[in-house]
Design a protein around this ligand. Structure first.
Ligand code: NAP
Length: 288
């Protein structure tokens, strides 16, 4: 039987509709959620991401401010801007678009963002909270995966989840969040021997490798849920994932397409985290 195709675009759209209502309610109470995005340099992919984030904010009514700087901006100037935004009461989320030019330390900049405004979920305080199973801002792509599974009524509890990739922004947080959902988790990476032996045991595979059509039908257990995080170009320059979608969908029970799977969820969770930041601030103010 052919796999269910998980429609990330539709799920993202329904979450955005809910967020739109939340934002309208917050505005009625006198608060407009605000997201500040900082872009340094002229990287075309980063420019596209920033434009898309701006558009998505407008769609749900979040106020967004974009700060564009030339690649020669100094680290000190960038840190000063981050600090200014940390203090700005109209800004609830701060995002510094990565990668940064080589002369600027990404770690230093991420550390400088207030954890309460770190809607990308990259600050060590948020990563640490996630690791010990506490509420925090979770990294948007893995958080989007968990939300997507939740909306599809696919439980992770007791399932064997195999994550391929151990990056700080996708693989590692995806593994931690799957563990939080009570999956039994295996993390594979470039040094893993006989990767296929692991993926063939998986009830859920999360592929975050960055290699076009890396995972094939023969690497999957029949009926497995396949989450494809990859964003690659195939031999014809067409956008494709880490999974060979055409063959895998014959074996999988459910599968995300690329495009239209994990991608739309990522920006949606950024909006979600920004709205969450406003709610948390209000809750803290009320508890004082
Ligand atoms: P990354 O930092 O390059 O990490 C890739 C991971 O894959 C590494 O942990 C690496 O292992 C592992 N790997 C590489 N070759 C492998 C192999 N032959 N066998 C097993 N593991 C292997 O990439 P990333 O930032 O996590 O992103 C992964 C993919 O997701 C990319 O295609 C990226 O464009 C995409 N992405 C999509 C979204 C979205 O919103 N849809 C968001 C972020 C990223 P080592 O650690 O051993 O090197």
């Amino acid at each position: 039987m052919a796999a269910t195709i998980i429609d990330g675009k539709a799920i993202a759209q329904s979450i955005r509709q809910e967020l739109k209502k939340d934002v309208a309610e917050l505005k009625r109470n006198g608060v407009t959620p605000g997201l500040a995005v900082i872009l340094v340099g002229e990287d075309p992919a980063s420019q596209t991401y920033v434009r898309n984030k701006d558009k998505a904010c407008a769609e749900v009514g979040i106020h967004s401010e974009i700060y564009r700087y030339p690649a020669h901006l100094s680290e000190a100037e960038l840190l000063a801007k981050v600090e200014e935004l940390n203090q700005d009461n109209n800004i609830h989320g701060i995002l510094v678009q990565l990668p940064l030019p080589a002369h600027i330390s990404e770690d230093k900049v991420i550390d400088a963002i207030s954890p309460e405004k770190d809607v990308d979920g990259f600050h060590p305080v948020n990563v640490g909270k996630m690791a010990i199973g506490k509420e925090a801002f979770y990294s948007c792509t893995p958080f989007g995966i968990i939300k997507m599974l939740e909306r599809e009524n696919i439980s992770l509890e007791g399932k064997h989840a195999v994550v391929i990739g151990r990056s700080n922004i996708v693989g590692k947080p995806a593994a931690l969040l799957a563990l939080k959902e009570s999956a039994t988790v295996t993390v594979c990476h470039s040094r893993t021997k006989d990767l296929s032996a692991f993926t063939r045991q998986a009830d859920i595979v999360i592929a975050a490798v960055g290699k076009a059509k890396f995972l094939k039908a023969e690497d999957l257990k029949p009926g497995a849920v396949v989450i494809d995080v990859g964003m690659n170009r195939d031999e014809n320059g067409k956008l494709c994932g880490d999974v060979d979608f055409e063959s895998a969908k014959q074996v999988a029970g459910a599968i995300t397409p690329v495009p239209g799977g994990v991608g739309p969820m990522t920006i949606t969770m950024l909006l979600f985290n920004t709205v969450q930041s406003v709610k948390q601030k209000a809750a803290m103010a009320n508890s004082k």
